[in-house]
Write a protein that binds this ligand. Structure first.
Ligand SMILES: Cc1cc2nc3c(=O)[nH]c(=O)nc-3n(C[C@H](O)[C@H](O)[C@H](O)COP(=O)(O)O)c2cc1C
Length: 367
């Protein structure tokens, strides 16, 4: 039991949060030429600066990391400079912001890859279904299995991106995207990892890629500015594991010694798109017991459910996705028990200001 609520300050490593209403990472597919965040992105994030912490949309660590149109990167100087403008805008409004670092792995297409190459993944297994390429829907291609000696280069890409984020762009830290069926998750879970080298097979081996990234990134910028996001039972992007309790319990245990800023676990409440599928175990409560550091939960939370999660000790903080899209002043609305704006799913990905920077705040409505 905890006496804290959503408005009790919280320290995540080096980052002091004035409240526990965290903005979940949200891809919005509005980056400009060269996958550079625009001035509108700076405005969008600055509007949400009252969040305890903003976690940016997933951001590519290198030129093979992309799988959707107009998603930003943080591996070129132009991208890094644009993130600096975002950081300045958020800090100017008194906020805190970390970059979510991702590589999509097999959730990509030659259209997004240098020289039209196949996307890379732990094993040559295509995801079921189709992806949106900007040139219509296409079936997921079969990825190329990474050679063992290529993996160090990918680990380094995460560390380099983290350095750019903190030292060059002035963001407050990074979140390593180990969730939702992207490259790191593809190594973790055994539906997508059939490798026979030291990165596949046993649970220890499947965790190795993430642990090497955690080592490199924490060495680069300090563990107290690094979070990790996981989705132990998420089925999105055709994912599954034969024993998520064993896999993620081990992972939580071996992440302990890093002293990370936080662990961020997606396990949706019933009815949420991130809820464990039929028959899958719930693992968040188990991970909370094993993991010693700050713990963020996500997936379908309302104000009341979030306060319950904090009071019961399930989590130290809660992240909100769709409700932060539609409510730039979400913490204030929660504080007052005010009604929330309804998010418009048709403007989530791509487009302009509509559904991005034009949701009203309470203050603008009352003025
Ligand atoms: C439009 C949209 C974009 C998303 N983009 C990301 C992303 O870039 N990285 C990520 O880890 N999760 C992403 N997610 C998942 C959210 O962070 C979150 O886990 C999910 O929306 C459930 O939380 P909620 O019920 O509070 O919205 C996205 C979800 C939505 C709806």
């Amino acid at each position: 039991m905890s006496h804290a609520d959503l408005f009790t300050p919280l320290r995540l490593g080096a980052i002091e949060l004035p409240n526990r209403v965290i903005m979940a990472p949200l891809t919005r597919s509005r980056a400009g030429e060269g996958n550079v965040p625009t001035a509108l992105a700076a405005e969008y994030y600055a509007q949400r600066a009252s969040a305890g912490l903003i976690i940016t949309e997933a951001t590519q660590v290198n030129d093979t990391a992309q799988g959707y149109p107009n998603t930003p990167g943080i591996h070129t100087d132009a991208q890094t400079l644009a993130w600096r403008r975002v950081a300045e805008a958020v800090h100017g409004k008194g906020g805190r912001i970390v970059a979510q670092l991702w590589h999509v792995g097999r959730i990509s297409h030659p259209l997004f890859q240098p020289n039209g190459a196949a996307p890379v993944a732990p094993s040559a297994i295509a995801a079921a279904g189709e992806l949106y390429t900007g040139q219509g829907m296409k079936p997921f291609p079969t990825p190329r299995a990474l050679e063992t000696d290529e993996i160090a280069g990918l680990v380094k890409a995460f560390a380099d991106a983290a350095k750019r984020a903190v030292f060059d762009a002035g963001l407050d830290g990074v979140e390593i995207h180990g969730a939702n069926g992207y490259l790191i998750d593809q190594f973790l879970r055994d539906r997508t990892n059939k490798r026979t080298d030291r990165y596949g097979g046993s649970i220890e081996n499947r965790c190795r890629f993430l642990l090497e990234i955690a080592e490199a990134v924490t060495a680069a910028i300090g563990a107290n500015r690094v979070g990790v996001r996981l989705s132990p039972t998420g089925a999105f992007n055709d994912m599954a594991d034969s024993d998520p309790v064993a896999l993620y319990s081990h992972l939580a245990e071996v992440l302990n010694p890093f002293g990370l800023a936080y662990l961020h676990v997606i396990e949706g409440l019933p009815g949420n798109r991130m809820a464990p599928p039929e028959g899958a175990p719930h693992v968040a409560a188990t991970l909370r017991k094993i993991y010693k550091g700050p713990f963020i939960i996500n997936g379908g939370y309302t104000k009341d459910k979030a306060e319950e999660a904090i009071a019961s000790g399930l989590a130290d903080a809660v992240s909100f996705g769709e409700s932060f899209i539609a409510n730039p002043d979400l913490p204030e609305r929660f504080r007052r028990g005010a009604a929330l704006n309804t998010p418009d799913g048709s403007t989530y990905y791509g487009g302009d200001t509509k559904g991005y920077t034009d949701y009203p705040t309470l203050e603008s409505v009352e003025a």
